[in-house]
Design a protein around this ligand. Sequence first.
Ligand code: LLP
Length: 426
Amino acid sequence: MSSPVFHYRHKSLCVEDVFLSDLAQWVGTPFYVYSAGKIGSQYLQYEGAFREVPHTICFAMKSNENLAVCRLLASLGAGADIVSLGELYRAHQAGIPMSKIVFSGVGKTEEEIAAALKAGILMFNVESSEELDVIHAVAQRLRRVAPVSLRVNPNVSVDTHRHITTGHAENKFGIPLSQAEKLFMHASRSSWLKIMGVQVHIGSQILDLSPFRETVRKLQGLIERLEEKGIFLHVVDIGGGLGVPYQGQSPVHPSELARIVAPLMKKNVRLVFEPGRFLVAESGALVSKVLYRKETGRKKFVIVDAGMNDLLRPALYEAHHPILPVHQSAALPSEKADVVGPVCESGDTFARSRLIPHVKRGDLVAFLMSGAYGFSMSSQYNARPRAAEVLVKGHEWWVVRARETLRDLVRGEKVPPYLSVKKKGR
Ligand code: LLP
């Protein structure tokens, strides 16, 4: 799809062939909306770039765990990169083949390891020697050979937000390259471990792909040293990380990554990728209603009904999400304003002193590029039920997650008998 996913028709913002204002009327605000077409076209870009070589694209579920989104990607051929038992469960519910699941994360519990082993996943991306020993012990106990890859930390610097770099020696992730060979040898001696390969994930929202070049060079060196020792890898997992143009930067294309990893493609290995953001970020928007305007003399504030509990990225990373009015109007000039949510924290700010079209109470606004790490990082902070999620395909749409109710807010909670209050009948 070459046209922008979110576009104006008769001065009203649409996603594919659906007006956001119609959705707002049906589902209320705030809500997330995703374009199935855009998710598909992003996936096919990735797929196309590596068509020539054996590869598996494992969608990083943490970026968007909605079952319909995961199912859509699975229907196109994707597997999943999971980081918890919860994500294993979701992947199963979404019909993602277990044989295409990689399990990442520095803190896998024994329970999680056992469940994933029984489920028959493609491999564990192991992050420490202690974890490797625990996987060995669980495999032995269950009498099932565990497929493992070692996640190495290539110690490369990536130009991205400090919270989302992962491939530097300062980060908690991966096994230092200097220790990797020894650990591979250790793993090769266990008959309960099957060495699948090596994995890296150097960070997220990467727009300058040069750190991948250094990473590939370091991986090649490791692979050759292992071959000399008689250890042959079947899989090289490059992780995720491709960035998206939140602020109109020039976008990256997976074919650039393909050029960089070309030396690995010549090896007789399956390449695994774990993209999250690249597949889903641009497909999604958070739609919210303006509750109030307020001018303090120093500043103008636009107060909307979505908060940091719905979209945490601006508060946590000072992330920039483009903001568009759902109805275009030229009645009043654009203005500099802070766009803020209702949560009782100053950090609950989507944009500071940003030039935005004039909007008034009752208008709808869309926070674009919210399909990744949007709903999945949302919470009920301030006792705010989580938003609805909608999937659009052409002129059709489906509520793929209902808005939470007030009951959902207290589900599972119990007041001990000694504190219980008799509720007055209503
Ligand atoms: N693989 C591993 C092992 C990861 O840790 C991650 C992301 C990915 C793949 C997917 O990375 P992606 O392709 O989406 O860049 N909440 C942050 C992003 C955190 C990323 C964590 N790991 C944000 O909103 O920017």
